[in-house]
Design a protein around this ligand. Sequence first.
Ligand code: CDT
Length: 317
Amino acid sequence: MTRIVNIALGQLGPVQKNDSRASVVHRLCAMMREAKSLGADVIVYPELALTTFFPRWYIEDMAELHSYYEREMPSRETLPLFELARELGIGFYLGYAELAEEAGALIQYNTAMLVDKTGAIVGKYRKIHVPGHFEHEPWRKFQHLEKRYFTPGKSFDVHQAFGGTVGMALCNDRRWAESYRVMALQGAEMIFIGYNTPVHNAPAPQHDDLSLFHNQLAVQAGAYQNGCWVASVAKGGLEEGVQSIAGSLLVAPSGEVVARCITQGDEVVLGRADLDFCAVYKRTTFNFDLHRHPECYGLIVQKKGETRAADGGPWVG
Ligand code: CDT
């Protein structure tokens, strides 16, 4: 049995505030059809793909805020995606804002789901490394209020799908070595990541010129150090006056980029992932069983940070 998975990068261009869910789903469906025509088994869409990136605004009205979240999945507006997946026999990963009811309370998550070729949800992931800030900070050109709008998730799980082991992450997670490693320790062979990354990060404007470089650096390192395929997909372009990086890519377990989007808009690019190629790294250089020393890594889970009082306390993100 071959273990080739054809992975389509389903990069989205901007979604403006007044774009309806139906219009976005229409774009996603067109991309799904194109991916299928290229021979894709699965298409990876971005983070918060169904709406504009609303954490750029301080929204006090709860009804307005909650209009960006999904209360159920599939919802009436997203059902066509599930139906098309089943009709075409193609899976998808999709990021969206989730409003979950837990013990009578509404909890807001930044979520991704994995859907198989029958249109069934295989698993969900709730973003753990939620970036940005909690309070309104008017000095910024635009806000990044993810910490206000999303409760962090609790675990990086893996799922059996498309003939292999799949993990999911979202945007800022891709910058953290821990994300990949926890999934790789569960045997992840493919990791799907959606992102929305503004070029400008107000607390660290000196990084703005490096935002595409850092995106690629993080994903290449994560793939190589864990012997995984990583598909990382943007919502890019100029959205409500804010420029976000595009640069979606598929990286092999060797750390090499094997497919890449080249525009700032809706774009489908196919990459061929041989899952057996993971073993070339997982059984040699990164053979965890042979080479890891967990007895030396205790601090990683015992300690959160290394902030020194002399630095004047924690910096902002
Ligand atoms: N969506 C998301 O996680 N974006 C972040 C930008 C953080 S800047 C406060 C990212 O890591 O790309």
